[in-house]
Structure formats: C-alpha cells, structure tokens
Ligand binder design. Sequence first.
Ligand code: NAI
Ligand SMILES: O=C(O)/C=C/C=C(\O)C(=O)O
Length: 507
Amino acid sequence: MQNKIEDQGSKNAYQNVKDIKLYINGAFVDSKGGSTFENLNPFTNHAINQVSEGREEDIKLAVDAARKAFKQGPWGKMKLEKRMEYINRIAEVIDEEIEEIAYLEALDTGLPISQTKKMTARAAENFRFYARMVQSRLHGEAYAVDDEFINYTIHKPLGVVGLITPWNAPFMLETWKVAPALATGNTVVLKPAELSPLTANKLAEVIDKAGLPEGVFNVVHGFGETAGAALVSHPDVEAISFTGETVTGSVIIKNAADSLKKTSMELGGKSPLIVFDDADFDRALDAAVWGIFSFNGERCTANSRLFLQKGIKEKFVDALKERVSNITIGNPMDSGTQLGPLISKEHAEKVKGYIDIAREEGCEVIQGKVPEEYSKGNFVPPTLLLEAGNEMKSSQEEIFGPVMSVIEFETEEEAIEAANDVKYGLAGYVWTNDIKRGHRVAQSVDAGMLWINAQNVRDLRIPFGGSKASGIGREGGHYAMFEFYTEAKVIHVAIGDHHIPQFGKKK
Ligand SMILES: NC(=O)C1=CN([C@@H]2O[C@H](COP(=O)(O)OP(=O)(O)OC[C@H]3O[C@@H](n4cnc5c(N)ncnc54)[C@H](O)[C@@H]3O)[C@@H](O)[C@H]2O)C=CC1
Ligand SMILES: O=C(O)/C=C/C=C(\O)C(=O)O
C-alpha cells in the first residue's frame, strides 16, 4: 500500500496521501513542465495532495510509450491466454486493495464509502467480465461462396486508445473503459478528471503491481483544455472514448475530426421516472429516492425528473418529503452516511443556483437539512422541486446534484410526451403493474436504457449508452468489443479458380 492510511474516518486522514505523479512507460514521473495542481477534499476543502499537471509534451511521451508497447512491445503479439492472465490479475489486485481504493474514492469525491465499496467491487468485475467476453465472444464471421471463396473476418485492436473520464464515479467509469480496451489488445492513455485524480493514480499502481509490460497503460493527469485536448488531437491516437458533459463531448468530436478519430460518447442525462397509479408504491418510492440521491445525485442516469400520476401524487409526495428529511447527510467516511458533499464548491454553487431558478419558476422547494458542523463541505441537501413543470429550465437542464423535479401527469400519452420533451435521452424508469403498459411506455420513451419496475441494476452484457444529447455509440457487452475497441478486417480466400479478366493478354 503506497499511501499509508492511518486514522481512517477522521477528518485528518487525507494528510497521509502522497502527491501524485504521471504514470508513463511503466514509471511514476513528474510532468515535463514540473507544474502541479492542488487536489481538494470536498468534505473540508483542505488540500489532500499535489498532482503533477500533464500537458501536451507529457501526452506525447505517453502516446509514444503506448504506441511502442503496441507495435514493438510484447502486448501486440501476446497470446490471448497470457493477456487474459494479466487482465484477471488486475481484478485480483483490485480485490486485494478494495478497502484502500474505496477509501481514496470517498476522500476525493465525497461519495459515501458504503457506495464507493460497491463501485470498487464493480470495477474488479469490469476486468473479469471483459476477460471472459474476449475469450469466449470475440469471434468473426465466415462465409463460403460456392466452391470459389471463403471470406472471413477477424477483429483487430485499434492501437493506442485515449480514454477521457469524469469525476462522478471515477474508478468504476475508468475501469469500464480500460478493461475492454486492454482485453481486446489495445494500449491506453487515460486522462482522468482533474477533480478526482486519486483512484486513477491508484489504478496505475494496481496495474503496475499486476506486472503489465511498460507502456501498455499510461495515466496523464491534467486539465481538459490542455492534456485532454492534446490527447484528442494526437495523430497516433486511434480512438477516443469519452464520458462527461454533453458540451465537452461536442468539442471533442470537433477536435477529433481533424485526425479522423473514432469516438464514443457517454454524455449527460435528465432521465424520467414515471410512476402510474397502479405501481407497487413502496418499491417505486425506494427506487425514486435511491435513483436521485445515490452517488450524491452526481449520476448521469439519475431520475432527476419524477412523473407522478394524479391518483397517487399526494401520497407519494408526502412519503418523499419524509424520506428527504430522514436521509443521513454527513462524513463520506461514515458507513451510515447516505449523502456526502458534492465534488467542488463551484459545482455545489451551480446546483444551488438551479434550486434558486426552480424557486423563481414557481416550484415549492423541500429540502433535508445539512448539520451545521459540516459547513466547510460542499454540501447541498437532498432537494425536491414540487409542482414543477416539464418546460421549466430546472426540469430541462442537467443539474447533476441531489435535486429532483416532481411533475404531475394524468394520462399515459401525456407522460410519454413530457418524458420525451427534453434534449437528453440516456435512461428512463417506468413503474406500473400493467405489464402491457410497462412495455408500451418503455418502448416509447426516447432513451438508450429503460428499466421497468426496477432501479438502475446493471447487466454488463447489455449495451450502455444514450440517444439524443446523451451520447453516440454504446459501450458494454459485445458493443465495446466489436463496435469500438476493435476493427473488423476481412480476408477473402480463393479456394477455386474464379474468373479473372485477362486485360492485355495476347489472344
Ligand atoms: N453517460 C454516461 O455514461 C455518463 C455521463 N456523465 C456525465 O459527465 C458529466 C460530469 O462529469 P465532468 O467531469 O463534469 O464532465 P466534463 O465534460 O467537464 O469532463 C470530463 C472529462 O473531460 C475532460 N475534458 C474537458 N474538456 C476537454 C477538452 N476540451 N478536450 C478533452 N478533454 C476535456 C475533463 O478534464 C475530464 O477528464 C455530467 O454531464 C454527466 O452526466 C457522467 C457519468 C456517466
Ligand atoms: O454502470 C455503468 O457502467 C455506469 C454507470 C454510471 C452511472 O450509473 C451514472 O453515472 O449514472
């Protein structure tokens, strides 16, 4: 354990976390320019540590190392079984260090530790899952054409891929990209979010400990406009997989166009949860509360718009008010904490700004209470925006915090129309005991992922991603393998003497 952590759970635990370097070509190094930036604890706003600030020259070194590892190093030529041993070994090391990783994640992001533990376990599963997928499912097609040809496909890794990730569930979201990228045989340069560098650094330590050859995996910390942009425009980077805000995604697509890069975009959301009068009340309530207040509400698939049918609305709102007043707000390190501080002061201010807007728009604002002792943290209490209209700014824009608009509807058609009347299309949730209606509504909501009578339970075999402004492309399952991290190559094999025109041949 590189970061000796003593005094876990106390407000001073961060004092033991080391400064962070870049991880390039199998070594932890300072950035070429030597500059660093401060990494803050969202619970106290004290500095946790200093982080090396990578820029274009560091990205170049990382890409060169990754390219060499792919072209000349062992990774590109490694036998599948050996490569999968490495991938499974990464999962084992994550399991061995799960407590420390979960701790660092909670420290860096303010996410409650009970949730970061589950996310870390999922991160290990991301590697195991892709080891299994690549071994069993990365297959090609073959077609016989009479007795003249056999045409077949193989799926080749792309080369160096650039992965750019957000701060809201950093370790889980980074590994969700790193695992398929490496398992399919690519080499990687990761540019993690500048607001949450601790577990990206830990991932470099994990991969180092797992013994991967140098240059296969590299991490360059730094800011989006410098390090991120340099990764996007580097000509030797074949593809960029990005998770983050919709506006950033659009900038990245434009910048990637010059070097004709493939891109995958997992972007923002404003997902509806629709509860019909006949729904299982208690389960729908649990799901609505969990779906907006887990991950501190900083969740792309959060049900930030709750549509309640008229018949149950009053009872549901009363129950919601009670839940909101009982949510345990506190130190992310306490196992009982349900809602922690948001990632940064600026982000908390942005979220509070939206609550003010909702008030001006005519919403009744109901909030839980942040204990006074936590005044230094970036807390925003769990918030309900009652009597909201779907057309309001607070119902249309992604707030990315613990804030849910509550909107009444009468008919199924009305609910579908309002659910779709938004620029995003990431996720949706439908609660009804009428199975036909459940399917009808789920099929009509414009989003990449719908759950009927369920919270956001993931099946890693299923595509993950959104439509409209929520994304382009899908990751997960075989989608990441076939549609993003590999390229199909076709081999045409003549097995007979097919006709070849004889240009220029003397008769
Ligand atoms: N659809 C999905 O799967 C998910 C989407 N998100 C979305 O992520 C957002 C929150 O994350 P943030 O970190 O605030 O997003 P962000 O877009 O500000 O930053 C994400 C990453 O992009 C980098 N970046 C920023 N500008 C860049 C540029 N010009 N070129 C290259 N890289 C650049 C940042 O440094 C960071 O690493 C929310 O909108 C949320 O909905 C979050 C989780 C999952
Ligand atoms: O399960 C995943 O791969 C990604 C999940 C991300 C979220 O649920 C989120 O940020 O909402």
